[in-house]
Design a protein around this ligand. Structure first.
Ligand code: HPA
Length: 270
């Protein structure tokens, strides 16, 4: 089905281990094209009385590695559907002993260590130049909905995690993790940047729940494996879906945050 007739208000981007959202009622598949290419298969359905789009970030069969995710196509497609709010999940390693594998954390800040990703929709020339503010990179209103949802469900959700985004697809060295820890990072993952930044450039609200799958390199004793990450993601999927569903129902109809005005004062004019 084409995207022109289907609309959605809220999107959920599923990270590693979250490839489908069986909670959506009347789910329809939507195929979209964007100026940046084709995003992964999208499904739109109803959840908690709202029209919700679900997109598996890495594709349904996890065929796209983090450094090759077409973040611009993904966010553009969601905006084309009418989405204004995006909730994302992201598998993360922890370098903070209080944030333990199997637990969930709400991202509050990020430090960007990526190297070669398309970081902006504004590449100069006709597209213009934009310097968007990311002092507070995650939407406070969506963060509040997620925190209230966790409280209601009596789910442990660390409220303020600083996330280091690495280029991947390799895991980090022990020295890299020591350095990131000294810089004040709690978690490490490979996908939240530029996803979060591109959402801001499109004036979308964006928040991300980290699923902590392992202690990071040098903190965990053994070798890091994707199998371990996948195992913990699978074990956490039920809790994450319940949290997202409860949060969706709590998102206020009208936005009262500043995300919808992110481009005010950000566009370079000569
Ligand atoms: N490092 C980077 N990305 C990750 C990790 C990690 O330890 N765990 C899950 N995603």
């Amino acid at each position: 089905m084409g995207g022109d007739r289907v609309r959605a208000e809220i999107a959920i981007i599923g990270g590693s281990g979250l490839y489908a959202l069986d909670l959506l009622e009347g789910a329809r598949e939507v195929t979209l094209e964007t100026p940046y290419g084709r995003p992964p298969e999208l499904v739109v359905g109803r959840l908690g009385g709202r029209e919700v789009a679900f997109m598996p970030r890495h594709g349904r069969g996890h065929t796209v590695p983090p450094h090759l995710v077409n973040y611009r196509a993904n966010l553009w497609a969601l905006r084309e559907l009418g989405v204004t709010r995006v909730l994302a999940t992201t598998a993360s390693g922890s370098m903070n002993r209080r944030m333990r594998p199997g637990e969930l954390a709400l991202l509050h800040q990020f430090v960007d260590f990526t190297k070669q990703r398309a970081m902006t929709f504004y590449e100069g020339g006709e597209k213009g130049v934009v310097h968007v503010d990311v002092t507070e990179p995650y939407c406070p209103e969506l963060r509040r909905s997620l925190l209230e949802a966790a409280k209601e469900l009596k789910l442990k959700l660390h409220p303020r995690a600083t996330y280091a985004c690495t280029e991947g697809p390799r895991f980090e060295t022990a020295a890299e993790i020591r350095a990131m820890r000294r810089l004040g990072c709690d978690l490490v993952g490979m996908t939240n940047v530029p996803e979060c930044v591109l959402a801001r450039e499109l004036e979308l609200c964006y928040a991300a729940v980290a699923v902590i799958t392992n202690f990071a390199a040098g903190i965990s004793r053994g070798k890091l494996t994707h199998a371990e990450v996948a195992e913990l993601m699978a074990a956490s999927a039920g809790r994450v879906k319940a949290l997202l569903a409860e949060a969706v129902a709590r998102i206020p109809e009208k936005r009262s945050c500043g995300c919808g005005r992110a481009l005010e004062g950000a566009v370079v004019k000569v």
